[in-house]
Design a protein. Structure first.
Lengths: 148, 436
């Protein structure tokens, strides 16, 4: 047995994902794209920041996919709230945004986003890009052990 | 005095030739001041007492004045701490006027002590000094005339200072406008990049899904997915149209005329009532609407967007009412449009006027209307705000100046040749370019 104590970290986990997205078409698109992904246990979809906090406190999520454009409230507020909460801040938050403006990316990382992924306009790239995100957090991220 | 005499005596005692020089000098002075060859002027001709004393008094007065003039000039110049302009000519002039004064003084003395040799000596000196002064003046006069008077120079300086201050203020105002425009532009580019891409992501995504499903021979979701693509493309069309409207609203204004707001809003209300026929919604004008100087077309677009916004945000089934009115203030007319809708929370009241900002995705608006209202108000020198208690409707206010103002917004920066403005503009563009 070579793996020893590393065995737990290299096992494929199935992720519970919270999707915070107020555009129903984008939410549907992301869920359809991820529906056959073997590494996804479940996706829960919420529109509202308050709802997002409610679910995060009570559900057990491995990953948050967060849109920045949530009507009048901004996804940044959700990000700030998650990272300010000692119980939530180790849950990785991946920003999923249509914006690739430097100031949005900068602000997201300043607020301790774990990653920033731009929603591709080319639909054929969406599947590959999301699969990479899921694979990374499901397979590569050793930090997951901290949240056990 | 006794000391001076003693010194003199000591000097003379030093040698016999010195005594001789002294003797010659005394002899010359005695000769110079000797008046034995002439009668006193009183006895030269027939002087009446009045004529004689008047003559004496006039001469003494002239002499006094002539002595005082250079003294006064010197004191005034020195007290002001100014350098003398043309010092050579100044001192020559002093000597000239002093010797003129001395001449008049001795003339007066002639009535008692007719030392005509002294008078002749003084007159010869005066003549010489006068001519020297004249000769010295010739090259100086043109330069002296070229010296602007202090008063004129000060006035000129004050005018220039005033002009400079005004130019600086104008420049500051323009720079402020430009900074604002540059921020606005950045926000605009950011918003477009974000919001116009959103329907494109939907379209691209669902077209890819539809194609993948077709390849698998599955048709059951096709209709639903195509409907999503269709909706997204409609949304994109609305956004594009809204952007065009907004761009038009911000362009240079047409001439300001006194717009009959009452007639304008009545016409709009009738149109919108017809469009909303069948619903229970009422549109009421609750107070007279005073006229205001404005670009009539823009003002119409502004009121239309305000009223449409109020209609869209009334609860669709309740007996909602849209109320339109105005308040007359000292410098502004405050127009309002209020609705009975859900209202806006205080923390969103500022952002609601931003481009593409919507309360919710399903409120039927593009998020351009209120941005357009804000823009039209601003280019007219006015402002907008909203008063609302969540759950109790919202009142949107527009304050427009009662007298047309020249709004910095209307400055055409493309035609400006001011250097700082061009620099600021380039900075704005390069900032915009880094957004890619």
């Amino acid at each position: 047995m070579v793996q020893g104590s590393d065995a737990g970290l290299s096992t494929v986990r199935k992720l519970s994902i919270l999707l915070v997205e107020d555009n129903p078409d984008h939410a549907a698109l992301l869920r359809i794209t991820l529906q056959y992904d073997q590494r996804v246990a479940r996706i829960e979809w919420v529109c509202e920041p308050t709802e997002a906090f409610e679910r995060l406190r009570h559900g057990d999520f491995d990953l948050v996919l967060l849109d920045l454009d949530l009507g009048l409230t901004s996804g940044f507020d959700v990000l700030m709230g998650v990272k300010a909460d000692a119980a939530l801040r180790r849950t990785p938050v991946v920003i999923l945004s249509t914006s690739d403006a430097p100031r949005d990316r900068r602000r997201a990382y300043d607020l301790h986003a774990n990653s920033y992924v731009v929603k591709p306009v080319d639909g054929r790239q969406m599947g590959a890009r999301l699969a990479d995100v899921i694979r990374y957090w499901a397979v590569c991220d050793a930090g997951a052990a901290l949240r056990q | 005095m006794a000391r001076a005499l003693a010194l003199c005596n000591a000097w003379v005692q030093k040698g016999p030739e010195r005594a001789l020089w002294c003797f010659y000098l005394m002899d010359f002075l005695r000769w110079l001041f000797d008046s034995s060859d002439w009668p006193q002027r009183w006895h030269c001709g027939e002087w009446s007492a009045l004529h004689g004393y008047t003559h004496i008094a006039a001469d003494l007065a002239i002499a006094g004045a002539y002595f005082a003039i250079p003294v006064a000039l010197l004191i005034l110049t020195l007290r002001r701490g100014r350098d003398l302009p043309f010092p050579g000519v100044f001192w020559l002039f002093c000597a000239f006027i002093m010797s003129c004064g001395l001449g008049h003084f001795i003339d007066a003395m002639m009535f008692y002590q007719p030392s005509y040799r002294v008078l002749t000596g003084v007159k010869v000196t005066t003549a010489a000094v006068s001519w020297f002064t004249l000769i010295a003046l010739i090259p100086v006069v043109p330069r002296a005339l070229a010296l602007p008077s202090i008063v004129r120079a000060n006035a000129q300086l004050a005018r220039e200072n005033e002009a400079r201050r005004a130019a600086q203020a104008a420049l500051r105002a323009r720079n402020h406008t430009l900074r604002q425009k540059s921020q606005e532009l950045e926000q605009f580019v950011h918003t477009i990049a974000h919001d116009l891409k959103s329907p494109l992501v939907t379209m691209g995504g669902f077209v890819a899904i539809a194609r993948a499903e077709l390849n698998q021979g599955r048709h059951e979701n096709l209709e639903k997915n195509l409907a999503r693509v269709e909706r997204a493309s409609q949304r994109l069309g609305e956004l594009t149209q809204g952007l065009l409207d907004l761009a038009r609203a911000g362009r240079a204004l047409g001439p300001h005329t006194s717009v009959d707001v009452q007639a304008l809003v009545e016409r709009l209300a009738a149109e919108l009532r017809a469009r909303a026929a069948g619903s229970k919604l009422r549109i009421e004008i609750t107070t007279p609407l005073p006229p205001v100087p404005a670009d009539a077309g823009r003002l119409g677009a502004m009121f239309e967007n305000m009223i449409v916004n109020a209609i869209n945000h009334n609860y669709p089934d309740a007996n909602g009412e849209v109320r339109i009115g105005a308040e007359l203030h000292e410098n502004h007319v405050h127009y309002f449009v209020s609705d009975d809708g859900p209202g806006i929370a205080p923390e969103h009241q500022q952002r609601i006027f931003g481009l593409f900002q919507r309360l919710s995705r399903n409120d039927g608006s593009t998020g351009v209307g209120l941005a357009l209202v804000e823009k039209v108000a601003r280019v007219h020198g006015g402002r907008v705000w909203v008063e609302s208690t969540p759950g109790k409707g919202a009142t949107f206010w527009v304050a427009l100046p009662r007298v047309a103002t020249e709004e910095p917004e209307a400055v055409d920066i493309d035609r400006s040749d001011d250097q700082p403005i061009i620099e600021a503009k380039e900075a704005a563009w390069s900032k915009g370019a880094t957004l890619d």
